[in-house]
Design a protein around this ligand. Sequence first.
Ligand code: C5P
Length: 243
Amino acid sequence: MARRKKIYEGKAKILYEGPEPGTIVQYFKDDATAFNAQKKEVIDGKGVLNNRLSEFFMTGLAQIGVPTHFIKRLNMREQLVRQVEIVPLEVIVRNYAAGTMSQRLGIEEGTQLPRPIVEYCYKDDALGDPLVTEEHIAAFGWASQQDMDDILSLALRVNDFLSGVMMAVGIRLVDFKIEVGRVYDGDFMRLIVADEISPDSCRLWDIETGQKLDKDVFRRDLGNLTDAYTEVARRLGVMPKTS
Ligand code: C5P
Protein backbone atom coordinates (compact mmCIF):
# COMPACT_ATOMS: atom_id res chain seq x y z
CA MET A 1 0.00 0.00 0.00
CA ALA A 2 1.27 3.47 -0.82
CA ARG A 3 2.54 5.49 2.12
CA ARG A 4 0.07 8.14 3.12
CA LYS A 5 1.11 11.73 3.06
CA LYS A 6 1.59 13.16 6.53
CA ILE A 7 0.16 16.65 6.73
CA TYR A 8 0.92 17.54 10.32
CA GLU A 9 2.18 15.91 13.49
CA GLY A 10 1.07 17.43 16.79
CA LYS A 11 1.65 16.45 20.39
CA ALA A 12 -1.11 13.84 20.57
CA LYS A 13 -2.22 13.31 16.97
CA ILE A 14 -0.98 12.91 13.42
CA LEU A 15 -2.98 14.13 10.42
CA TYR A 16 -2.69 12.30 7.09
CA GLU A 17 -4.17 13.15 3.73
CA GLY A 18 -7.56 11.42 3.46
CA PRO A 19 -8.85 9.16 0.67
CA GLU A 20 -11.11 11.87 -0.83
CA PRO A 21 -10.35 15.55 -1.39
CA GLY A 22 -11.45 17.54 1.64
CA THR A 23 -10.89 14.66 4.05
CA ILE A 24 -8.19 13.96 6.61
CA VAL A 25 -7.24 10.86 8.57
CA GLN A 26 -6.72 11.75 12.22
CA TYR A 27 -4.43 9.29 14.06
CA PHE A 28 -4.45 9.29 17.88
CA LYS A 29 -1.02 8.72 19.43
CA ASP A 30 -0.34 7.35 22.92
CA ASP A 31 1.85 10.35 23.72
CA ALA A 32 0.80 12.50 26.63
CA THR A 33 2.24 15.95 27.07
CA ALA A 34 1.60 18.69 29.60
CA PHE A 35 2.84 22.17 30.38
CA ASN A 36 3.40 22.87 26.70
CA ALA A 37 5.30 19.57 26.20
CA GLN A 38 7.74 20.12 29.08
CA LYS A 39 6.36 16.89 30.57
CA LYS A 40 6.08 13.93 28.17
CA GLU A 41 5.26 10.25 28.42
CA VAL A 42 3.91 7.45 26.27
CA ILE A 43 0.75 6.06 27.86
CA ASP A 44 -0.31 2.67 26.55
CA GLY A 45 -3.83 2.71 25.17
CA LYS A 46 -4.51 6.44 25.49
CA GLY A 47 -4.83 6.94 21.72
CA VAL A 48 -7.32 4.08 21.37
CA LEU A 49 -9.47 5.46 24.19
CA ASN A 50 -9.42 9.03 22.90
CA ASN A 51 -10.27 7.92 19.35
CA ARG A 52 -13.32 6.07 20.67
CA LEU A 53 -14.38 8.78 23.12
CA SER A 54 -14.00 11.57 20.59
CA GLU A 55 -16.12 9.54 18.15
CA PHE A 56 -18.77 9.14 20.85
CA PHE A 57 -18.92 12.86 21.70
CA MET A 58 -18.77 14.09 18.10
CA THR A 59 -21.47 11.63 16.99
CA GLY A 60 -23.70 12.73 19.86
CA LEU A 61 -23.18 16.38 18.95
CA ALA A 62 -24.11 15.71 15.32
CA GLN A 63 -27.31 14.00 16.51
CA ILE A 64 -28.41 17.18 18.27
CA GLY A 65 -27.52 19.33 15.27
CA VAL A 66 -24.08 20.63 16.29
CA PRO A 67 -21.87 20.38 13.20
CA THR A 68 -18.51 18.65 13.65
CA HIS A 69 -15.65 17.49 11.43
CA PHE A 70 -16.18 13.81 12.33
CA ILE A 71 -17.11 11.49 9.45
CA LYS A 72 -16.39 7.96 10.72
CA ARG A 73 -14.00 5.93 12.79
CA LEU A 74 -11.68 3.88 10.59
CA ASN A 75 -10.00 1.63 13.12
CA MET A 76 -8.69 1.57 16.71
CA ARG A 77 -6.54 4.66 16.30
CA GLU A 78 -7.84 6.50 13.27
CA GLN A 79 -10.88 8.45 12.26
CA LEU A 80 -11.85 10.11 9.01
CA VAL A 81 -12.67 13.79 9.42
CA ARG A 82 -13.48 16.76 7.20
CA GLN A 83 -10.58 18.99 6.34
CA VAL A 84 -11.11 22.40 7.90
CA GLU A 85 -9.32 25.70 8.01
CA ILE A 86 -8.61 25.79 11.70
CA VAL A 87 -9.40 29.02 13.58
CA PRO A 88 -6.24 29.75 15.59
CA LEU A 89 -8.06 29.79 18.93
CA GLU A 90 -8.51 27.38 21.79
CA VAL A 91 -12.04 27.90 23.01
CA ILE A 92 -12.34 27.03 26.70
CA VAL A 93 -15.63 26.72 28.58
CA ARG A 94 -15.57 26.58 32.37
CA ASN A 95 -18.39 25.57 34.71
CA TYR A 96 -16.24 25.28 37.86
CA ALA A 97 -12.98 27.02 38.64
CA ALA A 98 -9.85 24.92 38.06
CA GLY A 99 -6.44 25.01 36.43
CA THR A 100 -5.24 28.31 35.04
CA MET A 101 -8.41 30.15 36.02
CA SER A 102 -7.92 29.22 39.66
CA GLN A 103 -4.27 30.24 39.46
CA ARG A 104 -4.97 33.51 37.69
CA LEU A 105 -7.91 34.67 39.77
CA GLY A 106 -7.19 32.97 43.10
CA ILE A 107 -10.49 31.05 43.08
CA GLU A 108 -10.38 27.69 44.82
CA GLU A 109 -10.54 24.71 42.47
CA GLY A 110 -14.03 23.23 42.35
CA THR A 111 -15.86 26.52 43.06
CA GLN A 112 -18.99 26.64 40.92
CA LEU A 113 -18.96 29.64 38.60
CA PRO A 114 -22.01 31.94 38.48
CA ARG A 115 -22.49 30.92 34.84
CA PRO A 116 -20.40 29.14 32.20
CA ILE A 117 -17.41 31.33 31.32
CA VAL A 118 -15.90 31.16 27.84
CA GLU A 119 -12.24 32.06 27.34
CA TYR A 120 -10.12 32.26 24.20
CA CYS A 121 -6.44 31.41 23.89
CA TYR A 122 -4.33 32.13 20.83
CA LYS A 123 -3.08 28.81 19.42
CA ASP A 124 0.68 29.16 19.41
CA ASP A 125 2.87 26.52 21.04
CA ALA A 126 5.92 28.77 21.13
CA LEU A 127 3.97 31.32 23.16
CA GLY A 128 2.23 28.71 25.33
CA ASP A 129 -1.26 29.49 23.95
CA PRO A 130 -1.77 32.85 25.70
CA LEU A 131 -5.19 34.02 26.87
CA VAL A 132 -6.54 36.71 24.54
CA THR A 133 -9.61 38.94 24.46
CA GLU A 134 -12.11 39.44 21.65
CA GLU A 135 -10.34 42.75 21.02
CA HIS A 136 -7.15 40.89 20.06
CA ILE A 137 -9.13 38.42 17.96
CA ALA A 138 -10.90 41.20 16.03
CA ALA A 139 -7.86 43.48 15.70
CA PHE A 140 -5.56 40.73 14.42
CA GLY A 141 -8.27 39.30 12.16
CA TRP A 142 -8.22 35.77 13.63
CA ALA A 143 -12.03 35.64 13.47
CA SER A 144 -14.81 38.01 12.44
CA GLN A 145 -17.59 39.21 14.74
CA GLN A 146 -19.96 36.78 13.01
CA ASP A 147 -17.43 33.97 13.58
CA MET A 148 -17.21 34.91 17.27
CA ASP A 149 -21.01 34.81 17.62
CA ASP A 150 -21.03 31.37 15.99
CA ILE A 151 -18.09 30.14 18.08
CA LEU A 152 -19.78 31.24 21.31
CA SER A 153 -22.99 29.52 20.32
CA LEU A 154 -21.12 26.29 19.37
CA ALA A 155 -19.15 26.35 22.62
CA LEU A 156 -22.26 26.75 24.78
CA ARG A 157 -24.14 24.03 22.90
CA VAL A 158 -21.20 21.66 23.32
CA ASN A 159 -21.15 22.56 27.02
CA ASP A 160 -24.86 21.79 27.47
CA PHE A 161 -24.52 18.48 25.65
CA LEU A 162 -21.33 17.32 27.37
CA SER A 163 -22.45 18.44 30.83
CA GLY A 164 -25.65 16.43 30.47
CA VAL A 165 -23.99 13.31 29.08
CA MET A 166 -21.36 13.33 31.83
CA MET A 167 -23.83 14.14 34.61
CA ALA A 168 -25.88 11.09 33.59
CA VAL A 169 -22.89 8.87 34.41
CA GLY A 170 -21.96 10.62 37.65
CA ILE A 171 -19.23 12.84 36.24
CA ARG A 172 -18.96 16.62 36.61
CA LEU A 173 -17.81 18.53 33.54
CA VAL A 174 -15.54 21.10 35.17
CA ASP A 175 -14.22 22.62 31.95
CA PHE A 176 -13.14 21.72 28.43
CA LYS A 177 -11.48 23.05 25.33
CA ILE A 178 -12.67 22.84 21.73
CA GLU A 179 -11.23 23.97 18.46
CA VAL A 180 -13.33 25.12 15.54
CA GLY A 181 -12.67 25.13 11.83
CA ARG A 182 -14.10 26.73 8.73
CA VAL A 183 -15.57 24.62 5.94
CA TYR A 184 -16.71 25.91 2.59
CA ASP A 185 -19.79 24.53 0.87
CA GLY A 186 -19.71 26.41 -2.42
CA ASP A 187 -19.67 30.11 -1.54
CA PHE A 188 -21.05 29.41 1.91
CA MET A 189 -18.66 29.27 4.87
CA ARG A 190 -19.60 27.77 8.21
CA LEU A 191 -17.85 26.89 11.43
CA ILE A 192 -17.79 23.36 12.80
CA VAL A 193 -16.29 21.65 15.85
CA ALA A 194 -12.91 20.14 14.93
CA ASP A 195 -9.88 18.47 16.58
CA GLU A 196 -10.99 16.13 19.39
CA ILE A 197 -13.16 16.01 22.48
CA SER A 198 -11.68 13.60 25.01
CA PRO A 199 -10.42 13.43 28.60
CA ASP A 200 -7.24 15.05 27.22
CA SER A 201 -9.21 18.24 26.58
CA CYS A 202 -11.77 18.18 29.43
CA ARG A 203 -11.68 18.21 33.21
CA LEU A 204 -13.92 15.42 34.47
CA TRP A 205 -14.47 14.80 38.18
CA ASP A 206 -16.47 12.02 39.77
CA ILE A 207 -19.50 13.78 41.30
CA GLU A 208 -19.47 11.64 44.47
CA THR A 209 -15.78 11.37 45.26
CA GLY A 210 -14.22 14.25 43.33
CA GLN A 211 -11.77 11.77 41.75
CA LYS A 212 -10.14 13.22 38.64
CA LEU A 213 -10.78 11.23 35.45
CA ASP A 214 -8.91 13.43 32.97
CA LYS A 215 -5.45 14.55 31.92
CA ASP A 216 -4.80 16.19 35.30
CA VAL A 217 -4.06 12.60 36.48
CA PHE A 218 -0.98 12.82 34.26
CA ARG A 219 -0.24 16.53 34.74
CA ARG A 220 -0.31 16.19 38.54
CA ASP A 221 0.96 12.59 38.91
CA LEU A 222 -2.27 11.38 40.49
CA GLY A 223 -2.18 7.77 39.27
CA ASN A 224 -2.75 5.75 36.13
CA LEU A 225 -4.11 7.79 33.21
CA THR A 226 -5.33 4.79 31.19
CA ASP A 227 -7.35 3.56 34.18
CA ALA A 228 -8.99 7.00 34.49
CA TYR A 229 -9.90 7.21 30.78
CA THR A 230 -11.06 3.59 30.79
CA GLU A 231 -13.42 4.44 33.65
CA VAL A 232 -14.92 7.31 31.61
CA ALA A 233 -15.34 5.00 28.59
CA ARG A 234 -16.82 2.23 30.75
CA ARG A 235 -19.42 4.53 32.30
CA LEU A 236 -20.39 5.89 28.88
CA GLY A 237 -20.64 2.35 27.50
CA VAL A 238 -18.05 3.01 24.81
CA MET A 239 -15.26 0.61 25.70
CA PRO A 240 -12.96 0.24 22.68
CA LYS A 241 -13.64 -2.90 20.67
CA THR A 242 -10.78 -4.77 19.09
CA SER A 243 -11.60 -3.69 15.54
O1 C5P B 1 -5.12 24.72 31.78
P1 C5P B 1 -6.49 25.32 31.78
O2 C5P B 1 -7.11 25.38 33.15
O3 C5P B 1 -6.54 26.67 31.10
O4 C5P B 1 -7.38 24.34 30.90
C1 C5P B 1 -8.78 24.50 30.74
C2 C5P B 1 -9.33 23.30 29.98
O5 C5P B 1 -8.86 23.32 28.64
C3 C5P B 1 -8.89 21.95 30.55
O6 C5P B 1 -9.95 21.03 30.42
C4 C5P B 1 -7.72 21.53 29.68
O7 C5P B 1 -7.61 20.14 29.59
C5 C5P B 1 -8.11 22.14 28.35
N1 C5P B 1 -6.95 22.55 27.55
C6 C5P B 1 -6.58 21.81 26.43
N2 C5P B 1 -5.50 22.19 25.68
C7 C5P B 1 -4.78 23.27 26.00
C8 C5P B 1 -5.13 24.03 27.13
C9 C5P B 1 -6.22 23.64 27.88
O8 C5P B 1 -7.25 20.83 26.10
N3 C5P B 1 -3.74 23.60 25.24
